[in-house]
Design a protein. Structure first.
Length: 278
């Protein structure tokens, strides 16, 4: 009998009425590089397990767990064994979830208490809304599951934001470098040049940047380029033009890093958000 060959297989789509993006994936022999998301991320493991590294700590997310992470939180992940993992992921702005739960306030009044959430009922509501969206089932059933998910999340799995510093409030030198990298993605720049911008010795900047943002300046530059590529793709920019405008050497270079951060190719993302490929 021939051995069964599994492969990584990912589907992503937008749900405008939920103000969210959703992903269903089977990951085999795959590793996520250190990256962040522009929105909160809720990943329900439906099979297997994944090891996550975040802020110097490692932990294992198993079947039935939800991996809940706030926007701009650096993390990386890889399989625990050769079987990989299956997941259903919801990417959504927390402010929208708060409003769905009847907690509408300005800004982000809470932060997620994860990263691992073990709550079978919450997992079931996430699974229901996710599968219903994927299969284009009852909108009413999906929306009810979404409201229940948002309500229980805000009641049980958030914490006071005063316990940690939000992104954008790092020391002035680090913030100056971050802003420079965001605004000059196409440029080749040295660590020494960044240190001059920060007004710090080179090694001191390197250590401070990594400590404050959870990744090195080079990793942050790659992440910022991928984020810009996502915005350009959502704006219907062609993949060729996106590669150039976001600072990658060519489309293959964009594809390699996009997939390492997002788990899907730029073409797959383009189809999910625009319904077409170029």
């Amino acid at each position: 009998m021939a051995a069964r060959t599994e492969r990584t297989d990912i589907t992503m789509w937008q749900a405008p009425d939920l103000k969210a993006e959703l992903l269903y994936g089977r990951f085999v022999d795959f590793t996520y590089d250190v990256h962040t998301h522009e929105t909160a991320c809720f990943a329900l493991l439906t099979e297997g397990s994944i090891r996550i590294r975040m802020r110097g700590n490692e932990f294992v997310v198993q079947k039935g767990d939800i991996y809940a992470i706030d926007a701009d939180e650096p993390h990386a992940g890889w399989a625990v064994n050769e079987h990989g993992w299956h997941l259903r992921t919801l990417y959504v702005d927390l402010a929208h979830l708060w409003s769905m739960a009847g907690n509408e306030r300005h800004g982000h009044p809470f932060q997620l208490a994860g990263p691992i959430v073990r709550d079978p009922q919450l997992a079931q509501w996430l699974y229901s809304l996710h599968r219903c969206s994927q299969e284009q089932g009852s909108s009413l059933l999906r929306d009810e599951a979404y409201v229940k998910f948002a309500s229980q999340l805000t009641q049980r799995h958030v914490r006071d934001p005063t316990t940690s510093r939000p992104a954008g409030t790092e020391p002035a030198g680090v913030q100056a470098v971050r802003e420079f990298l965001d605004q000059n993605l196409e440029d080749q720049v040295s660590l020494e040049e960044l240190a001059t911008i920060a007004g710090l010795p080179t090694f001191q900047l390197f250590r401070a940047f990594e400590r404050e943002l959870g990744m090195t300046p080079h990793a942050y530059q790659r992440q910022a380029r991928v984020r810009l590529a996502m915005k350009l793709i959502r704006a219907s920019c062609s993949l060729g033009d996106t590669s150039v405008l976001s600072g990658f050497t060519d489309q293959a270079h964009l594809t390699r890093w996009f997939r390492r951060f997002m788990g899907i190719t730029p073409g797959q993302y383009q189809k999910a958000v625009t319904g077409r490929t170029t």
